[in-house]
Design a protein around this ligand. Structure first.
Ligand code: GLN
Length: 189
C-alpha cells in the first residue's frame, strides 16, 4: 500500500491526515528528510507559508523534496502549500519549493473579508466543490504547462502541472473527499 505523507511542521496537517485516513489511505506526518525519501506522495497543508518554508529549510527537507518532485513524486499543496509550490510569489523572497510555474499573490482574497466559502465548479467532478478560502492566495499567472481545473470569479483556484496539484482553498476542511481522491489517483502505485 502506498504511504502518503502530510508535511507536519505547521498548519492544518491534522485535517489532511484525517481526510486521507477516512479515504482508507495510509497517511503519515512527515518531519524528516528520511521520510521524504520513502513516501509515495506528499500533501503540504495550509498554514503560514513563510513559517513552513523556514522550517522546511531548517529540518533539511527542501532539497530532498525538490529531488523527489524532479523524480516525479505527486504533491498536493493547499493554500500556504500552494504558495510554497509556486515559482513566483508577488513581492516576496520567502523560502519556497518553487516547482510549479504559477505566480501567486498572498492573502489577496483576504484584504476585505479574511475568509469565505463559495461553490467551485471543478473540471473532473459533476457537482461543484465547496471552497473554503482563508486569507487565500490569488493565482495571478499560470505557465503553459499548467492546467486550470477549477475557477472562482474568473481566476484559477485549482491547478495542476504534471504530478503537482494546488488549490487556493481548503478541501480538507470539508467532508468532501473528491479532490483528495483525484490527487490519490495521481500517485504512482
Ligand atoms: N495567508 C497564508 C500565507 O500566506 C496562507 C493561508 C492559508 O494557508 N490558509 O501563507
Amino acid at each position: 500500500m502506498n504511504t502518503i505523507g502530510v508535511l507536519g511542521l505547521q498548519g492544518d496537517f491534522a485535517k489532511h491526515h484525517a481526510m486521507l485516513s477516512r479515504l482508507g489511505v495510509k497517511a503519515e506526518l512527515v518531519v524528516t528528510p528520511e521520510q521524504i525519501g520513502r513516501i509515495d506522495g506528499l500533501v503540504i497543508p495550509g498554514g503560514e507559508s513563510t513559517t513552513i518554508g523556514k522550517l522546511m529549510a531548517g529540518y533539511g527537507l527542501l532539497e530532498p523534496l525538490k529531488a523527489r518532485i524532479a523524480g516525479g513524486m505527486a504533491v498536493f499543496g493547499t493554500c500556504a502549500g500552494m504558495i510554497l509550490l509556486a515559482r513566483r510569489i508577488q513581492g516576496s523572497v520567502q523560502i519556497r519549493i518553487g516547482a510549479m510555474d504559477i505566480e501567486v499573490n498572498r492573502n489577496a482574497y483576504g484584504r476585505q473579508i479574511s475568509s469565505f466559502e463559495a461553490d467551485i465548479p471543478v473540471s473532473f467532478i459533476r457537482e461543484p466543490a465547496r471552497g473554503v478560502f482563508i486569507r487565500a492566495p490569488i493565482i495571478t499567472d499560470t505557465g503553459r504547462e499548467v492546467s486550470v481545473l477549477g475557477e472562482f470569479e474568473g481566476r484559477p483556484v485549482l491547478v495542476r502541472q504534471g504530478k503537482l496539484l494546488a488549490s487556493s482553498f481548503h478541501p480538507e476542511l470539508t467532508e468532501d473527499g473528491r479532490i483528495h481522491e483525484y490527487f490519490l489517483a495521481m500517485v504512482d502505485r
